[in-house]
Structure formats: C-alpha cells, structure tokens
Design a binder for this molecule. Sequence first.
Ligand code: ZN
Length: 279
Amino acid sequence: MKLLRYGPVGQERPGILDSEGKIRDLSGIVDDLEGKWLADLSWTESLDPSTLPLVEGTPRLGPCVAGTGKFICIGLNFADHAAESGMEVPPEPVIFMKATSAIIGPNDDVVIPRGSTATDWEVELGIVIGKPAKHVSQKEALDHVAGYCVINDVSERDFQTKRSGQWTKGKSCDTFGPVGPWLVTRDDISDPQNLKMWLKVNGETMQNGSSATMVYGVAHVVSYLSDFMTLHPGDIISTGTPPGVGQGMKPPRYLKAGDVVELGIEGLGEQRQDVRSEG
Ligand code: ZN
C-alpha cells in the first residue's frame, strides 16, 4: 500500500493511493501517519481504498511520515560513491543524524542556506521503522520495518567537511530532508536490495544506480543500529547514496537558485524540488 500525507504545511491529513493512483482520505481510520499507527499495520489489512472519500484535485504532499523522532543516515554505503568522495568503504556502517526539522514534503522547495556555495543532492532509499527494534538480528530486522520511501539527503559539502566536527551541520539545514511521496509498505517491496535509483538536475541524469550495490543492506543497517539505540516507530533511516553527486564531479557542480531536482526509486515514486536561495 502507498500511504501518504496531503494538505498545507502543518495541516496534513493521512491518505492512501487507490488502484487508479487517486488519493483517498484516511482520516476516518487513523489520525495521522505517525509512529503509533506504523508500529502495527494490521489496520491496513482489511482496508478497501475504493470505499474511502476521494480527494479532489492535486493537493500538496507532505512528508509521508509524521512525528519522526530520529532521522539517521548511513554514510559512504556505496563503494563507488565512497570512491568519488575520495573515501574508503568503512569497516562498519558510518552513521550521522539529520535534524528532523529538515524534513519537508517530496515536492517542496529546497532552500540553499545563507552562505552556502556547495549544496548537493543524494537520492537515497529510506527505511521507516514500524515495530520498535532493540538488539534485533539481521534475520528479524525486516519485521521491524513498516515500509520504504524516497529521500533526498540534501547536503552542504563545506558545512559538512570544512566547518569542524561531524557531518550534522551540512546535513541538517532547513529543507534538506524531502521525504516521500509515499510510504510504501514492506509487503509491496519484495526485494529492497534490487531497486533502481535515479536523480536528475534540470533534466540531466546525475545519479543512475541501484540499491543492489549498497554495501550494508537494509537488514544489516536496522540490526546494526538497534544494537546502539532503540529504533522507534516512525524513525527514518536513510541508507546512503549511489555515485553521481555534485561533489564527485570534475569540477564539482552544486545547486543554484532556479535549478530543478527530480529523483525517484523503482516502486517508491518520484520527487521534484525547485531550488531557491534563502537570501
Ligand atoms: Zn546521504
């Protein structure tokens, strides 16, 4: 099932796509797509979207998960991306946090922050946690995944690497976390390690990869993280990007106001962001 949130910023309502790709309102069933409804998706089992109220028009889509407590990202998780970044594949997953205040809808504007000259793109497979996960094995890990979504892990490379400390500064700026369009429930994705991933800037293909070349896959990452912290329903894990980021180009190429970024993952839908300056 493709679960979503629609409506103005801060006033999103839960919805679901029907078999014709139309939005149906879910607010008579759940109050929002937040952790408490994602921990146990049994309410979706008897759901017949065609019986729910049809949403007219093409409303804005919000992030497909509400109330995310943690937004954890995996760094350098594709060998070829590590190489273009001039880094080695790490012996264990590298993790960093993205501030949850960076989360926006899939088609909202990305804002280049004040002072930035190196704002970059990263198409990533997002994991949305369902059941709480603490010390789960790789074999059990997928039972704790509610579903998957597209994420653009927007990154300011100078803030990330030249401003001292960890990567968090370059990953957490407002609007640096488009999430959606849908949360595709786990039962709809037979193999998360075989999904095409792509990203274009102004119509030009920049990233054209697959989750098949991920170093540490979904089950590994969920199990690994659960040994360090409890993963809660609604937490998001962004699993790293394939090659083709602007930083890896010669010379590097970064986003500027007026650019249009489009990205998608097989089976998970597409995003489109207009880029503008904070000023
Ligand atoms: Zn990333």
